[in-house]
Write a protein that binds this ligand. Structure first.
Ligand SMILES: Nc1nc2c(ncn2[C@@H]2O[C@H](COP(=O)(O)OP(=O)(O)O)[C@@H](O)[C@H]2O)c(=O)[nH]1
Ligand SMILES: [Mg+2]
Length: 416
């Protein structure tokens, strides 16, 4: 996991390398990154799980590189490899299709190209092992090759001859990947809703669930965004909030609180001061808020025996303490009076079939990239399952959702 001084992986461009076994994916990944990140082997099927690594690559900047298992793995289990690849594609911003030129194009390469196209993922084709001289005598361009070439080229953003062995073409590949980099994310956490000179109060409770010696990612990113806007951030614990508001002598333009103390903070902050939470900001930033506001009313329909999925984007170095495992089940239980069954999903694990759930409550998704969060939201909603997020749900059960969306009127209109 990225430390506090590194770009969070949720903010990095994710580049996936795909192709058949032994095409040289791992070798190309190592050549591109300048590191021995992936195991290279002439034994087919050496890379069995995707390998992910956050790093800086010039001229791209901060990225996550994903080396993948061979697409032609596992012989007959065709559907499984497609599913596995789709899973990786859910977070892939740019794909590189690595092809062994000495073997030419195969149907798997075209299938991969079709999958990229289906997901609207821009991709480059790296024609690898170009250091090996062409066998001109036996070289025939047959109709099948031509057909595959056309099917792949049609949607690709270009083909480049490379050699992971000699480094030929690798710099060019990097430049071409960089050119496909998605536009700087337009959405902001909060900077678009505040002005230079505004005074913003941030409420950060420090209890035993708070991580030692640091602030969590949504708090760090919000402070940075406030500074970018030329505004002032005052950070305070909930226990000092009332006192601090008094001392300030002027009303803040906005108060942003940790959702866990939403109810308490709502009572302290004067009614004419807008109030929202880090989790709501994060949900908007990652593209989850619209679904979350639409889905939250499903809480009122929960009944005994209903299953609720609590989904978090982080795993062992958890950002959110016991909120998902303890606090949210308690709030939902108290609010509904129903005997609910809670299940949790964390990290990159998120079920494909959600139909058994009456509701999904997702974290703000600070550890996931926008692409993955949006994918989860639309996948859930398209199965007819309501999805909401921590902050929206907590505001709702405290009866303050309307207030917490007052700075986001474009989302409040979903409330009815
Ligand atoms: N000659 C040559 N061999 C390569 C090149 N790239 C990879 N190889 C070899 O091809 C084999 C498979 O490489 P690997 O990176 O493990 O392929 P992967 O299965 O696609 O990850 C290894 O023996 C590599 O040394 C290349 O550019 N030129
Ligand atoms: Mg490999």
């Amino acid at each position: 996991m990225a430390g506090m001084n590194e770009t969070p992986s949720g903010e990095r461009v994710h580049i996936g390398f795909f192709g058949r076994r032994n095409a040289g994916k791992s070798s190309v990944v190592n050549a591109v990154t300048g590191q021995d990140l992936a195991v290279v082997s002439d034994v087919k099927g050496t890379t069995t799980d995707p390998v992910r690594k956050a790093m800086e690559i010039l001229p791209l900047g901060p990225v996550v590189v994903i080396d993948t298992p061979g697409f032609d793995d596992e012989g007959g289990l065709g559907e499984l490899r497609v599913q596995r690849t789709r899973k990786i594609l859910e977070k892939t911003d740019i794909a590189v299709l690595v092809v062994d030129t000495t073997e030419g194009f195969r149907s798997e390469d075209a299938e991969l190209a079709d999958l990229f196209k289906e997901r609207n993922i821009p991709f480059l084709v790296a024609l690898n092992k170009s250091d090996i001289p062409e066998d001109t005598e036996n070289h025939v361009v047959d109709e099948e090759q031509l057909g595959l070439f056309q099917r792949i080229a049609k949607n690709s953003s270009g083909m480049i001859h490379v050699s992971a062995l000699s480094d030929e073409g690798i710099d060019e590949l990097k430049i071409r990947i960089a050119a496909l980099k998605p536009q700087e994310k337009e959405g902001r956490l909060i900077a678009d809703k505040i002005k230079a000179g505004d005074l913003i109060v941030l409420v950060v409770p420090i209890d035993k669930a708070a991580p030692k010696g640091r602030l969590i990612l949504p708090q760090q990113q919000t402070i940075r965004d406030i500074l970018d806007a030329g505004a002032t951030a005052v950070v305070v614990r909930d226990s000092e909030l009332a006192d601090t508001l008094e001392k300030l002598g002027t009303k803040p333009a906005l108060v942003i609180t940790d959702s866990q103390v939403f109810g308490k903070v709502d009572k302290i902050v004067p009614a004419d001061v807008p109030l929202t939470s880090f989790s709501i900001l994060m949900a908007r930033y990652k593209g989850l808020l619209e679904h979350a506001v639409k889905g939250v009313a499903a809480i009122t329909r929960l009944k005994d025996g209903d299953k609720v999925l609590i989904a978090e984007g982080c795993t062992h170095h958890r950002q959110c303490g016991d909120i998902g495992t303890v606090k949210i089940p308690k709030w939902l239980g108290d609010f509904t009076g129903a005997d609910l069954v809670f299940e949790t999903a964390s990290g990159t694990g998120y079920p494909d079939d959600l139909t058994q759930y009456a509701l999904v409550v997702h974290c703000g998704g600070c550890m996931l990239n926008e692409k993955e969060v949006k994918h989860r939201a639309s996948k859930t909603a398209s199965q007819g399952v309501p999805i909401t997020n921590y902050g929206t749900m907590i505001a709702y059960v405290h009866g303050i959702l309307k207030r917490s969306l007052s700075i986001f009127p474009e989302y409040a209109k979903e409330l009815n």
